[in-house]
Design a protein around this ligand. Structure first.
Ligand code: ADP
Ligand code: ZN
Length: 731
């Protein structure tokens, strides 16, 4: 973009809005002129909508009808590299540009009318004697957030009360209503405070990363290191270097619950807390962070994948921690992979990317091998901590009671830890009580009415829950199919059922169950993790949330209840995912000076994935996986796109799919093949049937253009939605 610095009043400009109109529209610059990239409000038909000044106008329609911009919003203009990023990300993911812009304008209150906003906070006055429950909840929220002030609607939402309750508290003198202070910059981080003394390996790794940052050019590094090897310490050095150069830094984490530990480390290292961006952050705080990203008033942001769309003024480094994590893929709306988009964004603004992981994705492993990324390895754990010893428990040789899942061998190992005052973690990647509820009278398994999925019993909630759509209903007495009462039985274990077994076997142990659905909020989960780390539990039972990065110093034993789970399935990534998950979980054991052990319960100890995990010969595993993918022409050696057609009417979805498959000339022209239509991996969600076509192309093929042309040939029937998923996660 050859960039003008200012458009004078009345000059023709183009404005991209967040409305689905496709391309930027022409307007006239308002009184006082406007800068390129400025956030503006423009008329669109009878409405006023949000937009960004995209460039000079094109004069594409009658000049007399071109309307002026209503007003320029109070926010720093979006820099050219950010606009370029949105264009390229939209092109890559085949997402309409306005939808992409919406990701970058998720600033609460951005389009508020001019003039100060009103906010509410706790006043100095005492609480009146007669507080209703609703009023008490408001006061509780304010206490939870320690002195913060909130917009009216937000405070009411957080407390789950009407806005009238908040207003009532103002009248009663409990709350103060006032003008919002202008958003303040974040406290300065000091990159020159001394960090930890690094080991030789760590220092060498840190040097390579800081050199990259200091070069002021783009580059991506895969930082591969076993859990506890000090990857975080090392990339914090790169963060410090970026801060010294006055550039902004973004650290992406896959899980909100990981942020609090990270924030504490940043504060210890740089003397102040960074900005925080995820769904658990208040709107008031998000609004401030969004603004400061644009104004340069925040140096370091820690966030979830959507933080990648903050309008940073000068981003110099992006860290993607646990880069293999599947939660980086956004599976709703604009389908993007935050790891890949981080690389794109960095390449457009001369920034460095650090992809950190103990078990990288196959894509990154291959990119490092072909030299597209640099790779740095940290092979030893820091300090006395050693890698846990790994062993398999052959379940065929164990004496198990029916409906019991902890083998005698594993139980003995747990008892030893309890006797020594250490912690044991039992890992089972299944939420709820039991994955299947079976009627012993007629054989019926209770399924979701809306989805192609079983309902899962959650005994703490006394409900059946669909893990696909979230639909839930009370646990019935009688079978919904045959009507016989008292015959419904749980089949198989979930973490809640495992907790029952643990309580029976180890009656004196303190047990904590870590499963995302058992916590009311991310804050509650964080708090629980903190207490466990301090020793508040003897046995931890957890789903995959425990696999990610948490540090439990007293934990010396990890028992994987079902290491075979995830090995089956037609998905080509099944082996890769199982390998990563089981290795990650095993890595939780023995992170301090206590030696750790991981025990894998398996019915097929000779399975190649189980053998690869036990032998620790990772490179051999990756090479074998890569060779398989290469032979099949699958990613990352070939390119894939999924086209999902969804409709309440299954036949309509299939018919359209078949029509697309027939009209494949645009694909054949680039040498691509189309497979399907077939039921999508999740064939029915929320009452919509989903049919999928897969397109496979060679690595350099112009896949996006061909897909646009291809799907553009057909008219979609009403009620049918077409979604393109470039680089689908499952194939
Ligand atoms: P990773 O990110 O690879 O899991 P961390 O950076 O979290 O590893 O390091 C694991 C633990 O070891 C942390 O508690 C960290 O503070 C500590 N640690 C790592 N390197 C050093 C060092 N050079 N000096 C002191 N403590 C260190
Ligand atoms: Zn459902």
């Amino acid at each position: 973009m050859a960039e003008r610095s200012h458009f004078r009043e009345g000059e023709l400009i183009s404005v991209l809005t967040t409305e689905p109109v496709g391309r930027p529209l022409d307007y006239r610059a308002p009184a006082g002129g406007v800068a390129p990239g400025a956030f503006v409000e423009v008329p669109l038909g009878p409405r006023r909508v949000l937009g960004v000044v995209w460039g000079p106008g094109e004069g594409s329609f009658d000049p007399a009808r071109i309307r002026p911009v209503n007003r320029v919003l109070d926010a720093a203009p979006m820099v050219p590299a950010m606009r370029e990023f949105l264009i390229r990300a939209a092109d890559y993911t085949l997402t309409p540009l306005p939808q992409m812009l919406r990701l970058a304008t998720r600033a609460p209150g951005l389009a508020d009318p001019p003039g100060p906003r009103r906010v509410y906070r706790r006043g100095p006055g005492d609480l009146p004697d007669r507080m209703t429950d609703a009023r008490a909840r408001v006061v509780e929220v304010l206490q939870d957030y320690g002195g913060a002030s909130f917009a009216l609607a937000e405070l009411a939402r957080l407390a789950g009360v009407s806005t009238g309750v908040v207003k009532g508290l103002v009248k009663a003198g409990v709350l103060i209503e006032e003008d919002a202070p202008r958003d303040l910059p974040y406290p300065r981080l000091d990159p020159d405070r001394p960090g930890k003394a690094l080991t030789e390996d760590q220092a060498a790794a840190a040097r390579l990363l800081t050199e990259g940052v200091a070069s002021g050019r783009y580059g991506t590094t895969l930082l591969k290191g076993v859990t506890g090897s000090g990857k975080t310490e090392v990339y914090l050095e790169a963060v410090a270097e970026a801060l010294r150069h006055g550039r902004q830094v973004l650290v992406l984490l896959p899980e909100i619950a990981l942020t609090s530990e990270f924030l504490t480390r940043v504060e210890a290292r740089f003397g102040a807390r960074p900005g925080e961006w995820h769904s658990g952050v208040t709107q008031t705080e998000r609004r401030r962070l969004w603004r400061m990203a644009g104004e340069g008033g925040v140096q370091l942001v820690v966030g979830a994948r959507s933080a990648l769309f903050l309008p940073f003024r000068d981003l110099g480094l992006i860290v993607v921690d646990e880069e293999h994590d599947s939660s980086y893929k956004q599976e709703d709306g604009a389908l993007y992979n935050a790891r890949d988009m981080a690389v794109l964004r960095a390449s457009l603004c001369d920034a460095q990317v650090v992809l950190a992981s103990a078990t990288p994705s196959l894509e990154s492993w291959v990119n490092a091998r072909t030299g597209k990324y640099r790779r740095i390895d940290l092979n030893a754990r820091f300090g006395p901590a050693r890698m846990p010893s790994l062993s398999a428990i052959d379940m065929r040789a164990e004496q198990l009671q029916p409906n019991r899942w902890i083998s005698p061998t594993l139980a003995r190992a747990v008892e030893q830890r309890l006797a020594r005052g250490e912690q044991a973690l039992l890992f089972l990647n299944r939420r709820g009580y039991a994955p299947v509820t079976l009627c012993r009278a007629c054989g019926h398994q209770i399924g979701c009415d809306q989805c192609d999925a079983r309902m899962v019993e959650h005994r703490f909630l006394k409900r059946l829950v669909c893990h696909q759509c979230g639909e839930s209903r009370p646990m019935p007495e009688a079978c919904p199919s045959c009507g016989v009462e008292g015959k419904l039985a749980p089949v198989g274990p979930g973490v809640e059922r495992l907790a029952e077994e643990v309580a029976e076997r180890f009656p004196d142990a303190r047990v904590a169950v870590l499963s995302s659905d058992l916590f009311a909020s991310a804050r509650a989960l964080k708090e629980s993790i903190r207490q466990i780390a301090e020793g508040a539990a003897d046995i931890i039972i957890g789903t995959q949330i425990v696999a990610k990065g948490h540090n439990f110093p007293l934990l010396t034993l990890v028992g994987v209840i079902d290491a075979d789970l995830g090995l089956q399935g037609s998905d080509l990534r099944a082996a890769e995912r199982s390998f990563q998950l089981v290795r990650q979980v095993s890595g939780r054991a023995g992170r301090s000076d206590l030696p750790g052990a991981a025990m894998l319960q398996t019915w097929q100890p000779e399975h190649p994935v189980i053998r690869a995990i036990l032998s620790g010969d990772e490179e051999a595993f990756w090479q074998a996986e890569a060779a398989q993918r290469e032979a099949a022409g699958m990613p990352p050696y070939g390119r894939l796109a999924g086209i999902v057609l969804s409709s309440p009417d299954m036949h309509a979805a299939f018919d359209t799919g078949a029509e697309l498959a027939r009209k494949d000339a645009p694909l054949r022209r680039i040498g691509a093949q189309v497979f399907g239509p077939a039921p999508a991996p999740i064939a029915r969600v929320r009452g919509r049937h989903r049919v999928r076509l897969l397109v496979k192309a060679a690595r350099g093929a112009p896949l996006q253009a061909a897909i646009s042309e291809w799907t553009g040939q057909i008219r979609l029937p009403a009620n049918l939605r077409l979604t393109v998923d470039i680089d689908p996660q499952s194939f």
